[in-house]
Design a protein around this ligand. Structure first.
Ligand SMILES: Cc1cc2nc3c(=O)[nH]c(=O)nc-3n(C[C@H](O)[C@H](O)[C@H](O)COP(=O)(O)OP(=O)(O)OC[C@H]3O[C@@H](n4cnc5c(N)ncnc54)[C@H](O)[C@@H]3O)c2cc1C
Ligand code: FES
Length: 281
């Protein structure tokens, strides 16, 4: 049996500075050992524990799509020891990655459904993964309508600008970008994500909504999608909880009878309500 605590060595092939405030960078990692590529098989919504040797490790959702298996991408916001150490690394450095971990988005159950993806901050990373996965030529026909609502405080804090531009040119998804404050000639919407979701008003008919972002955004988006008619089974959240082992051993991330690392981080609102005995948010 393989030791789940031993990471794959991965080389930083590229670093993309995502935001004007320089706080979020996307690390594009390539497998050092060719045989590891086939062992890291993931679905959007799963995460990896990324280690900086001598500093520690931290969980990050995969921002890349499994339809491009040669690279893993992680978008990292610098806030502390591991994230700060990652931000100080340069192209060519080797880091460790354990995973894939967690349940990820329930791809099979999402097939045939109209999907509404609502994101903010770096929480959008796994929704970017899911969007690119769905848009892949071989996958698009398996899913219904795709609506993306994504917001940031300012235009310069929106991630994945190339993807956003490419998505906006396509006719097989609707992208609604918003910022809290307009700047730099921003022509798009101005408003908080929950308000924009209310304006866009996606139909709950044969639909699933997936919400991923800062807790405050998720809290205020829940009543909006409920008002639009989505039932708790049709509402999925991806949670971001403090974690250590990432594999259901240390007990750091437990929520009721479940571990967010193993049983999540993706839960339906009905599961969350059952777990906490009351609505989670
Ligand atoms: C499933 C999952 C997916 C994630 N995906 C991403 C991602 O894609 N991009 C990204 O940038 N981050 C992501 N995170 C959060 C990331 O793991 C933490 O920011 C990281 O662990 C911080 O490590 P650090 O050593 O730099 O911070 P530390 O030095 O440990 O802490 C610095 C400060 O941040 C606080 N802090 C640390 N971790 C968290 C946390 N999880 N929630 C709230 N406060 C925290 C600490 O209390 C402290 O005040 C994810 C977390 C989880 C559980
Ligand atoms: S992080 Fe150890 S049990 Fe979840």
């Amino acid at each position: 049996m393989e030791n789940p605590y031993i990471p794959f060595p991965m080389k930083i092939e590229e670093i993309v500075l995502e935001t004007d405030d320089r706080k979020i960078k996307t690390f594009v990692l390539g497998f050092v050992r060719e045989e590891d590529r086939g062992r890291f098989v993931y679905v959007p919504g799963q995460f990896g524990e990324v280690s900086v040797f001598g500093k520690g490790e931290a969980p990050f959702g995969m921002a890349s799509t499994p339809t491009r298996p040669e690279y893993l991408e992680f978008s990292v916001s610098t806030i502390g020891v591991v994230t700060g150490a990652l931000h100080s690394l340069e192209k060519g450095a080797v880091v460790g990655v354990r995973g894939p971990l967690g349940n990820g988005y329930p791809i099979e159950a999402l097939k045939g459904k109209n999907l509404v993806l609502i994101g903010g901050g770096f929480g959008f990373s796994t929704l970017r993964s899911l969007t690119n996965y769905i848009l892949h030529d071989g996958n698009r026909a398996a899913f219904g309508d795709l609506t993306v609502v994504y917001g940031a405080r300012q235009p310069g804090l929106l991630l994945y600008k190339e993807d956003l531009a490419a998505w906006q040119k396509r006719s097989d998804l609707a992208v609604h970008l918003t910022v809290d404050q307009a700047a730099n000639g921003w022509q798009g919407r101005v408003g908080l994500v929950p308000n924009v979701a209310r304006d866009v008003a996606p139909s709950p008919e044969n639909a699933v909504v997936i919400i991923c972002g800062p807790p405050i955004m998720m809290k205020f988006t829940l009543p909006v999608v409920r008002d639009l008619g989505f039932s708790d089974e049709q509402i999925l959240f991806s949670l971001e909880m403090r974690m250590k082992c990432g594999i259901g051993k240390c007990g750091r991330c437990n929520m009721g009878s479940k571990y967010v690392c193993n049983d999540g981080p993706v839960f339906s609102q009905s599961e969350l309500a059952r777990l906490t005995g009351e609505a989670h948010f």
